[in-house]
Design a protein around this ligand. Structure first.
Ligand code: APR
Length: 186
């Protein structure tokens, strides 16, 4: 269920509380690690729901640097694609984590645009096992996506019609709602 939404140009930005593996969107984003060979958290859930072919395709990708993103098929998921983004491990803020997290969102959106995906759902990258403070991560996530969508809608690139912040808890949704408010989106 949608908790809150905002419109930016021709795109709709939504906050939902859900298990991302159940969403009927063109692509879901995975909070992966640099091996791209699976793990716990949302990564484990996505691999379990997509089936073993996802791991096979990931093996051929040769890993992914922090802040970067790579795309695969979605296999047994409703989503037809998975965008694997590697968030930074929180080191107290001294290791450029802010920029690296913003880069994940930017690079995932760029892939979405390149592949003409009409809808994309993000988990709260880095806020679980990688321990990024969730309020700060939500501000970075919402701020980056909002400014990217605004610049896409001014340009000529195909537009992502719907971007969802898929939160796994009410608390996470609150952080995203606060970020919408702070950024003047609602
Ligand atoms: N749907 C949506 N969100 C989920 C789901 C799910 N099914 N499962 C977990 N989450 C949420 C967590 O509550 C957290 O807010 O996703 C967010 C990111 O948490 P993690 O999955 O732990 O990801 P991250 O902190 O980026 O750590 C990445 O975890 O499993 C590994 O391979 C992964 O090593 C990498 C590390």
């Amino acid at each position: 269920m949608t908790e809150l939404f905002a419109e930016i140009g021709q795109s709709r930005l939504e906050i939902e509380i859900a298990d991302i593996t159940t969403l009927d969107v063109a692509a879901i984003v995975n909070a992966a690690n640099s091996s791209l060979l699976g793990g716990g958290g949302v990564d484990g859930a996505i691999h379990r729901a997509a089936g073993p072919q996802l791991l096979e395709e990931c093996r051929a990708l040769g890993g992914c640097d922090t802040g970067e993103a790579k795309i695969t098929h979605g296999y047994n998921l409703k989503a037809r694609a998975v965008i694997h983004a590697v968030g930074p491990v929180w080191m107290g803020g001294i290791a450029d984590e802010h920029t690296l997290l913003a880069n994940c969102y930017k690079n995932a959106l760029d892939l979405g645009v390149q592949h003409a995906l009409e809808s994309l759902a993000f988990p709260a990258i880095s806020t679980g096992i990688y321990r990024f403070p969730p309020d700060l991560a939500a501000r970075i996530a919402v701020g980056t996506v909002a400014s990217e969508l605004a610049s896409h809608s001014r340009g000529r690139s195909p537009i992502l019609g719907r971007v969802i912040f898929c939160c796994f808890s009410a608390e996470s949704a609150e952080h995203h709602k606060n970020a919408f408010g702070e950024l003047g989106l609602v």
